[in-house]
Design a protein around this ligand. Structure first.
Ligand code: FES
Ligand SMILES: [Fe+2]
Length: 353
């Protein structure tokens, strides 16, 4: 399951293609012309806010001869111009100018069927999701997310969050090892001895394609135990369980999102192959926190603690991959029951229920 290319291909076909994937925060493209780019399932994508305020996702691929259109990870533009031969598209993806095509009028250009290719997308509580498979044979976005938005995202005010720190890198490990480590607390007192310590959790009822754990505590999970009390105030408007603790959720297959009282962060696992995983990490806070005069100083404490725990998990997943034995199965302990559930979800899809 963790090394074979044939198994990996089945995962792509049965889980990743039919899934809805996180692409970014709507707050990162607040104004018309704001864009962000990413690569998902080997597809280059371009997420843009149009002049009509709509968020759209396009294949970041020119309709002339397929060049990447935009290379920057994020920015602002007035239109979308391919650098190769300068075909130019509007923010809505309409081909506006095609040098070399002679004196075609705008109307004739639009009749060529060479507008940018749209990718199905949707925004829920500030989270942008995209779909890269056969939509006709996949669940709708709302069916896919089930009760995640009403149970976790909305009570945690995810729509208020603004990304302040993002990075992407590659690990030599199977993507599942990293979602598994996110869903068990057995390792925290070993791997995160100096950074988290013990973190008891309960399991919220999840409907749809997510699995999570909930840690009830008045303390934020995003600061070292010794620095509790020196963090930011709670996000305004938290309700229910969101006001009293943090949810650690996997939006299946690979998007890990932590919604705490004062911060939201994600560790998105994007498989490149059976043994290589691209990891996109993002930290976000509400605007009222980012505007504080002490933001730069206090946020450093969050980054230090979050970076350390992520580095510890990065390390153990690569370390685990190197030791996997193909001929002898492992085992789950009672504290790993969420991992067991997660792996059964995967087996049901790859092998069929
Ligand atoms: S490939 Fe984009 S303009 Fe030619
Ligand atoms: Fe961990």
């Amino acid at each position: 399951m963790y090394t074979e290319p044939a198994w990996f291909e089945r995962e792509m076909e049965t889980m990743f293609r039919p899934a809805w994937h996180f692409a970014g925060l709507a707050s990162s493209i607040r104004n018309p012309g704001d864009f962000l780019t990413l690569r998902l399932l080997d597809e280059p994508l371009l997420v843009v806010r149009g002049d009509d305020q709509q968020v759209r996702v396009f294949r970041n691929s020119c309709r002339h001869r397929g060049s990447l259109i935009i290379d920057e990870q994020a920015g602002t533009c007035r239109g979308l111009r391919c650098p190769y031969h300068s075909w130019t598209y509007s923010l809505e993806g309409v081909l506006k100018h095609a040098p070399g095509l002679g004196d075609y009028s705008r109307e004739e250009l639009s009749g060529l069927g060479k507008d940018l290719l749209l990718v199905p997308c949707g925004v829920r509580e500030g989270l942008i999701f995209v779909h890269l498979g056969d939509l006709a044979n996949s669940p709708t976005l709302d069916a896919y997310l089930g009760n995640y938005i009403s149970t976790v995202a909305a009570p945690h005010q995810t729509a208020q969050m603004i990304a302040v720190n993002q990075r992407e890198y590659v690990l030599d490990s199977n993507w599942k090892l990293y979602v598994e480590v996110d869903m068990e607390t057995l390792h925290t007192k070993h791997i995160h001895r100096g950074s988290i310590g013990e973190q008891p959790v309960t399991v919220p009822v999840s409907e749809g394609n997510w699995i999570g754990v909930y840690h009830e505590s008045e303390h934020t999970p995003a600061l070292y135990p010794s620095q509790q009390g020196s963090g930011f105030p709670h996000t305004s408007g938290l309700t229910g369980a969101a006001a009293k603790g943090a949810h650690f959720s996997i939006l299946l297959p690979g998007f890990f999102l932590v919604t705490a009282q004062d911060v939201m962060w994600w560790i998105h696992k994007i498989p490149d192959s059976a043994t290589r995983t691209r990891v996109r990490v993002g930290y976000s806070f509400p605007a009222s926190t980012i505007e504080r005069p002490d933001f730069d100083e206090v946020s450093k404490r969050y980054y230090q603690r979050l970076d350390q725990v992520i580095e510890e998990d990065d390390w153990i997943t690569e370390h685990q991959q190197r030791g996997l034995n193909r001929s002898a199965p492992g085992s789950y302990l009672p504290e790993e029951h969420v991992v067991h559930r997660l792996d059964n979800w995967i087996l049901d899809r790859v092998l069929g229920a």
